[in-house]
Every structure is written in structure tokens, then in C-alpha cells.
Design a protein. Sequence first.
Length: 283
Amino acid sequence: MGHHKEISFHQIPQRVIAARPEVLDVLLALHAEQNVCAAYMTRDQAGRIPELKKLMPNCQFFTNEIDRETALMLKPDFIVGWRWNFRKGSLGDVDFWNQRNVPTYIEENSGPVPAVDPFPPSTVESEMQFMENMGKVFHKEDEAQALVSAIKDTLKEKESLARQQGPRKAITVEFMGNKIEVFGDKLLPGDIIKKLGCSNFNYEVPFITREELRISDADTIFVIYHGSHQDGLNALQNFSSPEFKDIPAVKKGRLVLLPYRYICASNVYTAQCIKDIYAGLYE
């Protein structure tokens, strides 16, 4: 519903469903992988499964989303995922699980859609909060703190360097067929861009027109993509259109690819996301 709720654990969960590969990456970084009984791996992450099976021989890996019926058979004692995982046709509403005494956790920055729903803005702080909370759940506080410290150190360094060079203007977009989705201040790239002292073109709508993009006057355009790096290169082809040739970012060749995992629940990728956004603005 877009607000926080408290959950309590009387013991460390032993049969965890990681409903996204990004969630599994956090548990791997915390050295809590042996507590995972099942994990969903997206198409672009499925190639990791053979190596993960060696590391996690008691875990079942799925290349299709885990649905409610499958999850019930797994007898989980904790489910961690994105907002999208808890929809009809997938794991279902969290109330279903809570009524069965199975705690559920929606990763903080996996909920927001720009200017559409009541979820709080995605921030670097909320990414760190997720990892800290997972550290508490699995009694891996030291490991979680190491991840958080790396993010804080990276941000402090890049903020200092950015102050020496002055503000830039950026816009973050994703091409979705004939639509252009814009990621404003409520999502993680916008938060990082602002923390670096730069301005982020922010629209109180999910989509903008090609004309609005053309007149954005952005120094850097961050282009979001799903899937492989080739999918990213395909996304860049949209800027070969003559209508975009006068945008400063296009003239200067400052078209920077950002994978979707940097936008939605970046967790262990947050420090690298900060580095890539800084590089796109200044290097």
C-alpha cells in the first residue's frame, strides 16, 4: 500500500524464496545463500545457474516467475521480492502469506512508478536500508555494514569531485516501443544526479513526447535498458534520428547506458551506479 510495516523474526529464516536475482545477489553478498531454498533468475541472468548450483546445491532455481502454488510447495519461512512479484498470477498479495505466518518483504526501491502511486521516492538511503535490514534478519550486520560503507565512501568521493566541476543537466529515459518513459526525481538516478549537485529533468508524468526530449537541452542523456548489453546498444539507435541531433548530449556523444538494475532496487550495484552516473556527467 506504499507504507512501511514492521515484521519480527524469532529465528533466522532457513527456507527463503528470493523472488528476484537482485535479491539473491544481496544474500550472496551477506553470505546467507545457504538459507535460500528457491530463487528466480531472469532471462539475462539464467546463465549463472550452473555456477550457483555448485554454491547452493540445496536451492531450486527457476527461469519462470515463482507462482503461489509452487511457492506453497516449497514451504518458505520468508519471501523477499519486488512489488511486481506480489501480484495476481505470481506470488499473490502479501496478505495471503502473512495470514499463513510467512513474513514477506518488498524491496524498498522496487515499488515506485513516477508520479503514479503512493510509494516513497527511491533514494540511495533506502537502498542502504534494505541491505541493513537483510543484515538484521540473517544476523549478518557486519557484512551489511561493509556494503553500506562502500556506497557511502563512493558517494562522498563523487560528491566532492562534482563540486569542483560545477553542475550539469541530465535526463534519464527508456524507449518503450513508440513511448519514451522518463525517470524523474522520484527514482534512484534522479536522487544520485541531485546529490552530485546536478539538475535532473523531472516531469510529473511517466512518459514524455519526442519533442519534449528534443528540447530538453540535456548535457547527458542516461538511457535505461533491459537485458543484454546488445539490447542497450539497440536502445541507443533511437538517437540516430535527425530530430535529436541538436541536443547537447547527442552532439557531445554523452549518451550513457544504464542497466535497469541500476534503476530498480540497485542494492549491491548502487556504488557502481553512482560511479557510472558521475562518469556520464563529467568524464
